[in-house]
Design a protein. Structure first.
Length: 177
């Protein structure tokens, strides 16, 4: 499809509209439907790959690390492991081997430090996600705008076909009279 696009030197929708306008019976054939489907898939694929590429290009190793930490910190895996860690800490410190007797002051310090580091990392990740969402919203707008343009082109095509049909009907009526 890309080679055909390069060879002809024109955009696929314009060529398709011209073909439909020149055909005597304006039904879409299987080849045209396949080309329309391929164009839609290519268009969507290009946008998604472009968005992913832009995000990867702009992100630093620190951004990616923050995303991974936030992803792990907001998972059930983290909750289960951390729950097991807390239970093991408390169980160990209720025995004779205790190094942090109740009320577990050292554990409270560790939890406070984890919270102090985890909160800003999660906020950084949320800011990056907000930026991605904004970029996706802009792309959605662009897609919707393009779809509106294509709808207008289709409307124009239908109007041309309608006027053509009216002319043909008028010719038939003139010949009958």
């Amino acid at each position: 499809m890309g080679n055909e696009k390069r060879r002809t030197g024109e955009r696929m929708p314009e060529k398709l509209l011209r073909e439909l306008d020149n055909e005597t019976d304006a039904k879409l054939n299987i080849e045209q439907l396949a080309r329309i489907t391929a164009m839609v898939r290519e268009y969507q694929g290009n946008i998604k790959s472009h968005l992913t590429h832009q995000q990867e290009k702009k992100s630093t190793w620190a951004d990616r690390l923050a995303d991974r930490i936030a992803f792990f910190g907001g998972s059930w895996t983290f909750i289960v492991f951390f729950g097991l860690f807390l239970a093991a800490w408390m169980a160990l410190n209720l025995t004779r081997l205790a190094f942090d007797k109740p009320p577990f002051i050292l554990l409270n310090l560790i939890l406070s430090c984890i919270s102090a580091f985890q909160a800003p990392v999660i906020l950084m990740s949320q800011n990056r996600q907000a930026a991605r969402d904004k970029q996706e919203a802009i792309l959605d707008f662009a897609i919707n705008y393009r779809a509106e343009q294509e709808n207008m082109e289709l409307k124009e095509l239908l109007e041309r076909l309608d006027s053509r049909l009216e002319r043909m009907e008028q010719r038939v009526l003139d010949k009958m009279q």
